[in-house]
Design a protein around this ligand. Structure first.
Ligand SMILES: [Zn+2]
Length: 287
């Protein structure tokens, strides 16, 4: 594989860089060969193994004369692929300031960062935006989406693109036009949630039990592994307002991990709201 870094030199936006890489690659099949792409862009070495204390590391210098990537496989190879793409993002976005003398050290939390209000957050969020654009380009992502939002799509996309289920769900929420959110839980307690800009405030907080009124809490209590159907639910289970039609679907794994997709129908509630372009500005943080 041959790629030119010169063509990417003047680009700074994550999307633009990913687009320019695909323009050089031409037609490409899933899964995206992230290791080959990194090597073709002057990453001389990629080490994937179980490391302690960090999720990913990029050894480089300010002018990016060379680069080497370490990616932790503690949470599996799919997560490691995302980590490689994330570190490649830091390498190609030359405005990103090194986090230490020898390059970048990124923790698991950095791989989920979406905030932009501090330089560190913004750099991590940009590396994540680049990683998902590189690993899940819409050309390969969209053909596997059903007409209506469904967690089964996320699982198919996980296998097709060889990225984590979490990454595909985040991509679905960000990309689909419906108003979506997802809540990850373990043993019935909320771990974290992600929502699209228009989705109303989710009332349950990290560490709390899944809401008693929710269908998810019943599914988890019954240890009903697999996918539930998409079912209308009491909006007050998850939200502080009752004027919204709310649907939920849960995927429960055998190890106590579950993810619940929430779909809000705002058609009646926000009829008079002008949502043209204001969503991103008002997007809150998700934790
Ligand atoms: Zn990072």
């Amino acid at each position: 594989m041959q790629l030119s870094r010169i063509d990417l030199a003047d680009l700074h936006a994550p999307k633009a860089i990913a687009r320019a890489i695909f323009a050089q690659l031409g037609t490409i099949d899933a899964p995206v060969p992230v290791g080959q792409i990194a090597r073709a862009l002057d990453i001389t070495d990629i080490k994937t193994q179980v490391f302690g204390g960090f999720e990913g590391m990029l050894l480089t210098d300010t002018v990016r004369s060379t680069g080497a990537i370490l990616a932790n496989t503690r949470y599996g190879n799919r997560r490691a692929r995302f980590t490689i793409a994330h570190e490649l993002g830091h390498f190609l976005m030359e405005r990103h300031k090194l986090s230490g003398d020898t390059g970048f050290t990124c923790k698991a939390q950095d791989m989920r960062e979406m905030r932009a209000d501090k330089r560190h957050y913004r750099q991590e969020a940009e590396a994540n935006a680049f990683a998902i654009d590189l690993l899940a380009p819409f050309k390969l992502f969209d053909p596997l989406l059903s007409q209506d939002p469904d967690l089964k799509d996320a699982q198919r996309l996980r296998d097709h693109l060889n990225i984590s289920l979490e990454a595909t769900i985040r991509r679905m929420i960000e990309h689909r036009e419906e108003c979506l959110a997802a809540v990850w839980s373990r043993n019935g307690r909320v771990r974290y949630s992600v929502k699209s800009g228009r989705f109303p405030w989710i009332t349950c907080m990290r560490g709390e039990r899944l809401p008693q009124l929710s269908l998810a809490s019943q599914i988890v209590a019954n240890n009903a592994t697999g996918f539930s159907s998409v079912t209308e639910t009491n909006p007050l289970a998850w939200l502080s307002r009752s004027d919204i039609e709310l649907f939920e679907q849960t995927r429960m794994a055998s190890n106590g991990h579950a993810v619940t997709l929430l779909l809000a129908d705002l058609a009646d509630a926000d009829d008079d709201e002008d949502d043209s372009g204001l969503n991103e500005l008002s997007m809150p943080t998700f934790r």
